[in-house]
Design a protein around this ligand. Sequence first.
Ligand code: SF4
Length: 202
Amino acid sequence: MVAICSTETLSPKVMQDYISISTLNDFIFCPYSIYLHNIYMDTDETMYHAIPQTKGKIAHEPTDHKTSSNRSDVILSLPVYSERFHIMGKIDVYKRKEKILIERKYNLKKIYRGQIYQLWAQMFCLLEMGYEVNAIAFYEISTNKMIPVEIPTKVQEREFEDFINQFQTYDPSLPISINPNKCTHCIYCNLCDKTNSENVYT
Ligand code: SF4
């Protein structure tokens, strides 16, 4: 079961095998949420989007619409993919001169492993597409702060590969362990058949 992301660079047939980079963090939070995401992805987002997600989405719009920089050495919102990992998505910002990849987040009180995987994933895609990457970082919009992240080692690259394999082979029909605390903070909570909890955002 894989999440699909649209891009301008691959044909629809090839796309079906590719995991969307934006779903990697959600998969760690709860693999079943990816299954729900795939079911509800064509529905009105207001049905399940909670306040933090909506805020983050609005903060992201200048990058998505390529309006946050006019510098010619800055690439914004570039569709990327990796044949090696079968992943695809979009990068936020790549600065050609510094060869730095930057992921913009509205708020980053804590950086989760899945968010690091998303940044690594973007980096692996860029490298495979022929770009050089000397540094990777998050940029926190709310505090105007850059947060550098280490380039993954060979061991971490294998860790990432194992994680992608788990994602690709995930079976939503298998029982999952339910964490009610997670469920109440899950945007799919009110639509999920695995819990009767109420979403805290409603
Ligand atoms: S509500 Fe709970 S079980 Fe359902 S997708 Fe969300 S975290 Fe997973």
